[in-house]
Design a protein. Structure first.
Length: 130
């Protein structure tokens, strides 16, 4: 099975959004230094507690049209190329083609048949062993 392993929050103002989530939920934000864009990793709770962590970044496109509003869940997949083919074959769309996430793996962003955004990530071997 392909489990949800990450969520992503797109925002117009990352600083304002981080203040909101820190105040409301107590989430902790750490600047991700391995990427080319401004992005913060979100720790939503202790590692031994049920739940997933996520990330927050500046919205890349306006909300109208193709822009993402809200949360995007990302599924862990064994073979990203095969899953991209499955998305297309079943009526979905690839909105951001396969790209490398430095020291983590490869990902693609998609829309389902209802227009909902989601991501798929193929992890590099040993990427999450830290």
């Amino acid at each position: 099975m392909n489990r949800v392993v990450h969520f992503d929050i797109s925002t117009d103002d990352p600083t304002r959004a981080m203040k909101f989530y820190e105040a409301v939920f107590g989430w902790k934000f750490t600047k991700w230094e391995d990427g080319e864009m401004d992005y913060w990793l979100i720790e939503t709770g202790p590692k031994d507690a049920m739940g997933i962590n996520g990330g927050l970044g500046k919205r890349q496109t306006p909300v109208s049209g193709e822009g993402v509003a809200g949360y995007t869940c990302t599924m862990d997949v064994e073979n990203l190329d095969q899953m991209i083919d499955k998305v297309k074959a079943n009526g979905g769309k690839i909105t951001e083609p396969k790209m490398e996430v430095m020291k983590v793996g490869w990902m693609a962003m998609c829309k389902d048949t209802e227009g909902n955004n989601f991501g798929m990530m193929q992890m590099m071997p040993g990427a999450m062993d830290t």
